[in-house]
Design a protein around this ligand. Sequence first.
Ligand code: HEM
Length: 343
Amino acid sequence: MMTVTMSDCAGSMMSEWKAKMEKGGDIEIELSSQFEELTADVISHTAFGSSYEQGKKVFLAQRELQFLAYSTVFNVQIPALRYLPTEKNLKIWKLDKEVRSMLMNIIKTRLENKDTMGYGNDLLGLMLEACAPEHGQNPILSMDEIIDECKTFFFAGHDTSSHLLTWTMFLLSTHPEWQEKLREEVLRECGNGAPTGDMLNKLQLVNMFLLETLRLYGPVAVIQRKACSDLEVGGIKVPEGTVLTIPIATIHRDKEVWGEDANEFKPMRFENGVTRAGKHPNALLSFSSGPRSCIGQNFAMIEAKAVIAMILQRFSFSLSPKYVHAPMGMITVRPKFGLPMVL
Ligand code: HEM
């Protein structure tokens, strides 16, 4: 069912591209914004059951919050500053309030319609079910927690996935021989119809291509962890409470981990599986590792496979001469000036 939603959303995006092409030959499309809309559409349908239009304001406000939060991340951090009514904080608080009330409205509509439609068989429905009054005085999640979970899913589930699609298309356009190989595999395993979950599982080259994209252009460049006790990492003593930054993007291009060809684009390094591609089984950290690793990683990989397969079925494409290579880290790594592509 999830793949059906994904291919429906991708299908309508591509129908618009086709319609433009029918008006006259090759067209140029800025793909990164297209994918931002698409993944927002997919996450709102699969996780929230609401349409993109309904969630649009939430996405826009969340994105603005993300930019504000990151704008001073490398400045000296003065803890008390977070609580002072500075211009930036006032803006953050206002936006946060807006996001909460918009989500609350989506939730309220769901609760109002529960007798006729049930809570819904999506993520929000599952969460509302968990805190339904029929479960007594101690629901598993409070309303505030549900809103926080919704915010996490909106944020974690759409920006990252859209950047993976963007960088995959960038690499496919700069490696036309791979574009051909992947198209052959897709047409062999999926034909011309909408790909099913079983078909997507057979796309080995597409899978390797995505893993190599995640290695070289992983959407999440750094993560942080706080030491909960004194510990030692690689011979260095780390006192309790220290915040450690894990530079995923740097590790992903480290020759000691990936070999001399670490900076080269070589999907075949994943031929024997993700754990054998580097010198350490957990060398690929795009979805992090361990108990707090990404819970949406299977979702993201299925979505990327479905969308890329559908594009390959329908279009050949090449990078526009207008493209400027400027990966930019703003929590997630995106092309600063977008990805104009000629179809
Ligand atoms: C290519 C796409 C994606 C990438 C690269 C990615 C990457 C990551 C990374 C690196 C983390 C760990 C963050 C940290 O420890 O600080 C994470 C956590 C998380 N991701 Fe993803 N993610 C992707 C897609 C998704 C999707 C589609 C969803 C939801 C449907 C999702 C939901 C989450 C959630 C809820 C967490 C927090 C897990 C926890 O703290 O226990 N992610 N993701």
